[in-house]
Design a protein around this ligand. Structure first.
Ligand SMILES: [Zn+2]
Ligand SMILES: [Zn+2]
Length: 370
């Protein structure tokens, strides 16, 4: 018999302490569903934004955390195999994608699960309504039938697997949507949070000739350099967006970058991103600047034949490739340098504040620790 309740850190009001409480787990498991004991949750910038009230449309109460990994403790009938064909069993270590419905236009006609009309984002579901426990700041979590799971190799650390669940798969998809990295080309990465750092490493690993990372604070830019950036620009030093564009122009010998990816989500980022592109360059929009974004100069888009591409999160294919990328380049890039020491659920609120203040690059919660 699987557990019927879980300890969880619940967000009841924005910008307020999390409540450590018991939340029910579904008693009956619909076909294809599972219960997982969480062994690691890594926090995402979005968790900090929601906690602080920057996304007021998020329904409360909820359990924050949408990057997690754990061990299957209960399986419905017909749970079968993972997305890559491995059997899913009690005790399997798994990660999973947001659930998708399989029958909307995004799922069927477009065959792009990230565009599913009914995608089960954890932060769209209240913790006081069935199936209650779908967030990472809890001991146990319910896996919906449409959440494609991947059984993890034994040597892949929990924190890496958890981070693949949002940050790393988002980076993988952004490069895929850009059409990849042409060997020897120039890549500029806007942002030095977890996504910007992983993107810096990805660009290097994919064969870029020059990688420029823009962000801050200095400790993150130092890590960007270790992850392969040839040059970094501290946006708190160089506060004028046009000066940042001029610096990229200078660094690229006046040619501009072939590929500029925005993981910063700042209001001026996409205007800058387009201006940093050289002729026939590509700008990928991943960050969300909100309604106050600076206008993108469409005359430059036209005059230089720039391609502007949107990229939204990632699907189970991006997740599978993210896991392989982390494994394949484990010797080249010190992924562990991104993660803070794990804390228990009682430290979750502090961990979220550390994400908000940028004291942590990736805060880690292990719900089993307290
Ligand atoms: Zn996220
Ligand atoms: Zn769908």
């Amino acid at each position: 018999m699987h557990p019927t309740a879980t300890r969880a850190a619940v967000l009841r009001d924005f910008n307020a302490p999390l409540e450590l409480t018991e939340v029910p787990l579904p008693k009956e498991l619909p076909a294809g569903s599972a219960i997982v004991r969480i062994t690691s949750t890594t926090l995402c910038g979005t968790d900090a934004h929601i906690w602080a009230g920057a996304m007021p449309f998020v329904p409360l109460p909820i359990i924050l955390g949408h990057e997690m990994t754990g061990e299957v403790v209960a399986l419905s009938a017909h749970s079968g195999r993972d997305a890559c064909g491995k059997p899913v069993e009690i005790g399997s270590r798994v990660v999973w994608s947001e659930s998708v419905c399989g029958h909307c236009q995004g799922c069927t006609v477009l065959r792009e699960p990230v565009l599913c009309d009914n995608r089960g984002y954890g932060f769209g579901q209240r913790s006081d309504r069935w199936p209650y426990a779908i967030g990472g700041l809890a001991e146990y979590v319910y896996l919906a039938p449409g959440a494609h799971r991947i059984v993890l190799p034994a040597d892949l650390p929990d924190t890496w697997a958890a981070a693949a669940g949002c940050a790393v798969k988002t980076v993988v998809r952004a490069f895929a949507n850009a059409g990849g990295v042409r060997p020897g080309s120039t890549v500029a990465v806007q942002g030095s949070g977890p996504l910007g750092l992983v993107a810096t490493a990805f660009a290097r690993a994919a064969g870029a000739g020059q990688v420029i990372t823009l962000g801050g604070p200095p400790n993150r830019l130092a890590l960007a350099a270790k992850f392969g950036a040839d040059a970094t620009i501290d946006v708190t030093d160089v506060t004028d967006p046009d000066e940042r564009v001029a610096q990229v122009e200078e660094l690229t010998g006046a040619l501009g970058a072939d590929l500029v990816l925005d993981f910063a989500g700042a209001p001026t980022a996409n205007r800058e991103g387009v201006l940093m592109c050289g002729k026939r360059g590509t700008h990928v929009v991943v960050g969300i600047a909100g309604p106050q974004a600076a206008p993108v100069p469409m005359d430059v888009v036209m005059g230089r034949e720039i391609t502007v591409v949107g990229s939204l999160n990632g699907d189970v294919g991006d997740l599978a490739r993210a896991l392989r990328f982390l494994s394949a380049f484990a010797d080249r890039f010190e992924w562990d340098a991104m993660f803070s020491p794990a804390v228990g659920l009682s430290g979750a609120e502090r961990a979220i504040r550390d994400m908000e203040s940028m004291a942590a690059i990736k805060a880690v919660v292990d719900p089993g620790l307290d």
